[in-house]
Ligand binder design. Sequence first.
Ligand SMILES: NC(=O)c1ccc[n+]([C@@H]2O[C@H](COP(=O)([O-])OP(=O)(O)OC[C@H]3O[C@@H](n4cnc5c(N)ncnc54)[C@H](O)[C@@H]3O)[C@@H](O)[C@H]2O)c1
Length: 283
Amino acid sequence: MIKSIAVLGAGQMGSGIAQVCAQAGYQVTVIDISEMQREKALVGITKSLDKLVSKNVLRMEDQQATLSRLAFAKTLPGGDFDLLIEAVTENITLKTKLLAEASQILRDDAIIASNTSSISLTQLAVCTNRPDKVIGMHFMNPVPLMQLVEVILSLTTSDETFAATADVIQAIGKTMVVSQDAPGFIVNRILMPMINEAVFTLYEGIATAKDIDAAMKLGTNQPMGPLALADLIGLDTCLSIMTVLHDGFNDSKYRPCPLLKNYVAAGWLGRKSGRGFYHYDAS
Ligand SMILES: NC(=O)c1ccc[n+]([C@@H]2O[C@H](COP(=O)([O-])OP(=O)(O)OC[C@H]3O[C@@H](n4cnc5c(N)ncnc54)[C@H](O)[C@@H]3O)[C@@H](O)[C@H]2O)c1
């Protein structure tokens, strides 16, 4: 039974995952090499819990209990973790390196989950010393608000690993869908080409960012337009996912838009950097 969770990566996803796990009663250690990211994560989680208290969704004593279940570290401590959820930058070289290292440190029976948006779970699993205990847990952004967790089964994931993961998803009050291991899984296979096409629409001068988003919001009943959503996800993450789809399917229909590549090269990564298709307040 899972009691203690390590979350690797304290970015927008890692901090949200840590929050919902701690709220559900798990002991959570959040690991990030960047001190700034660790500090930002604690501030973000505290703010998010404050909001839940002010909306009467969470009691004040539960807020304090949630915070007391959270710890932060620079590197993975040798602690007694039952589950590690990896949420570092979407880069296969980084993820395989970190998961291989983590599998040397974790207890033999610990499960390793990755929050990757698109990378093959089978490729990640075989870099560890326990391919049967590796699984995809793809949370949606922002984690505290979004109901879905997409579970990805690698070729090697065992039934026991799947069952234990499903229990955690139920305990944190989320809804699970199951995908086999194919590029982009379900959500990003469908979502990312739409976002990429919106970037092409901008790139070709067909409409402004504002009108592209208004067209999709008001014309197709989406809660936010594709370019605003890309800014929320992070343009570096969007580009990585398109590259995985392009390489994985060897199909030119998934080629990333040159404008998306240029925005990432310029460091215009969306909300997290203050500028993407729109401008954001740095705070
Ligand atoms: N952004 C989204 O909407 C979204 C949604 C679902 C899944 N994801 C996936 O979640 C993962 C993280 O995305 P994000 O948006 O949180 O990115 P992010 O850029 O906000 O955070 C990534 C974090 O990884 C940390 N990191 C990098 N190298 C590290 C190392 N060696 N050790 C420890 N920490 C390290 C960085 O310091 C940073 O805090 C990616 O795999 C992404 O594809 C993202």
